[in-house]
Each structure stands twice: as structure tokens, then as C-alpha cells.
Write a protein that binds this ligand. Structure first.
Ligand code: SF4
Length: 257
């Protein structure tokens, strides 16, 4: 199925119910996805097997800073949020921490009321420099699709040996505004079946949420094209039932359509 890559460093702004007018910042290459996960539903497609030359294709700190300043000086627009997202995992950019400092400076100059938001799979939070940088932003949106290792391995196909509890612990240590995003999905890939909508999965997720103490959990399902067609989108009705169960455990939750 057709997948999609952002071909710019800055994209949007787009209007979102949650963040208002949000300007996207893509720290990853414009022609290839770069991520330490390989989610079977990733709208950017599958992660290439070799990432040998990808570092050379990453936008530099200077390029990112200049592009963002130029955007503000030419559009005279004041977004409500500057959102780090794009063609992969932003925290794996080697200058992520310095770029956060630059973007904070730019925000303070051109749109002091805007929030800085990072969408992340939380896999780099064990690095002190990354944790420190994330603590400077207004909101982190962490991906947590399953709290069971075997399911997470099927759904997110992580390029790491660490167990889930390792990452869940790091998310729980984050002191800023914690939002958890959980995508529900079922299907089969390379003979491996997955379904994170079962009672066992929901119970495990609720235990993980209770450990992390998120300000909010957002549940959703696939909304755009995915790299494989053997994925079943979860109905809104099922998402609402899952949300109700999470809510009953005392965790603030919303369903994103
Ligand atoms: S973490 Fe995000 S960018 Fe990385 S593979 Fe998963 S959906 Fe794609």
C-alpha cells in the first residue's frame, strides 16, 4: 500500500483538535524513513535494513535552525504548537538535544505562547542528554502499543534488545506532561499474528499506564495507508469500549478518530 514521506524539514501548519495550529518539524531525511522501530503500520513505510549512509542525509542543526527562522520571517504566522514528528524517530538525530535548545529560542522569539511537542517511541530516554532535552519541552507524546514483549516485538519490531519494562520505567521517570498514544490493531505479518485488543493486552496496558501515570492516554487505530495490507483497522465502537475499560481504572483517556 502507498506510504508517505515528508519531503521538507518544516511541514504544515495543520489544524489539530488537540494542539490547535501545529507546525511540524522533521529531523529525519526527506527521502527515507529513519527509525529504531519498524512498526507494521508505519505510514512512512518500513525502516530500511541498512542505515549505513542515512546519517549523511540527516538535516544539520544549522539547516533546521535557518529553515525554521526563515519560515517565521516569511509567513508571519504564529502556530499554537511546534511538533517534532516526521519521517521516523526524532530523538535518534545525533543533535536532538541542541536542536531542542534552538527551537526553544526560536519559539521564544517568534511565538512565545506556542507549545513544543515531541512525538517519540521513548527508546532513547535512557540517555541522560535525551531525557534532559525532553524535560525542556512542554509535552511528550510517548508511543506504547502493547505492554507484552512478544506483541510489541510483532507490532513495533524494535531494533533493540531491551525489554519493554526498561522503557516503561523511563517513561515513568519523565517529570513533564506525559501523553501516551496507543494504536490498536490486529492482523498477520510474516506468519506472526498480532492483536492488541484482547483482554490480556488491555489489562497489561492498564498496569503499564498505572506505572507511568500519564496525564492522558489517547487510543486510536490506523487512519492512513500502511506498508502491508494484512492489517485490520479497529472500529470506533471497539476503541470506545477499550477506552471505557481504561477510564474505569482511573486513567484519563480519549479516543482519537
Ligand atoms: S515509531 Fe513511529 S516512525 Fe518509527 S516505525 Fe513506528 S510509527 Fe514509524
Amino acid at each position: 500500500m502507498a506510504t508517505f514521506l515528508f519531503d521538507k524539514i518544516i511541514f504544515g501548519p495543520v489544524h489539530s483538535r488537540r494542539m490547535g495550529v501545529s507546525l511540524g518539524v522533521n529531523l529525519l531525511p526527506k527521502t527515507i524513513k529513519y527509525c529504531n522501530y519498524n512498526c507494521i503500520y508505519c505510514e512512512c513505510g518500513f525502516t530500511p535494513e541498512s542505515t549505513k549512509n542515512i546519517i549523511e542525509e540527516l538535516p544539520t542543526r544549522t539547516e533546521i535552525r535557518e529553515t525554521l527562522i526563515e519560515w517565521f520571517q516569511t509567513t508571519h504566522t504564529t502556530p499554537d504548537a511546534l511538533t517534532f514528528a516526521g519521517n521516523g524517530e526524532p530523538t535518534i538525530h545525533p543533535n536532538f538535544a541542541e536542536i531542542i535548545d534552538d527551537v526553544i529560542d526560536i519559539r521564544n522569539t517568534y511565538c512565545p505562547n506556542a507549545e513544543i511537542v515531541v512525538l517519540t517511541n521513548a527508546t532513547m530516554m535512557h540517555k541522560e542528554k535525551i531525557m534532559k532535552a525532553l524535560h525542556k519541552v512542554d509535552r511528550c507524546m510517548f508511543k506504547l502499543d502493547s505492554a507484552i514483549d512478544v506483541s510489541r516485538n510483532s507490532i513495533n519490531q524494535p531494533g533493540t534488545e531491551h525489554s519493554l519494562s526498561y522503557f516503561i520505567n523511563h517513561m515513568s521517570k519523565f517529570e513533564g506532561k506525559r501523553i501516551i498514544q496507543t494504536l490498536f490493531i490486529k492482523g498477520i505479518h510474516e506468519g506472526q499474528e498480532f492483536d492488541n485488543t484482547t483482554d490480556e493486552e488491555i489489562d497489561a496496558l492498564i498496569s503499564a499506564y498505572k506505572h507511568i501515570h500519564p496525564h492522558e492516554v489517547i487510543v486510536y487505530s490506523t487512519q492512513r495507508d500502511t506498508p502491508i495490507d494484512s492489517i485490520e483497522q479497529i472500529s470506533q465502537e471497539t476503541l470506545l469500549q477499550i477506552a471505557e475499560k481504561i477510564k474505569q481504572s482511573g486513567i484519563p483517556v480519549s479516543v482519537s478518530s
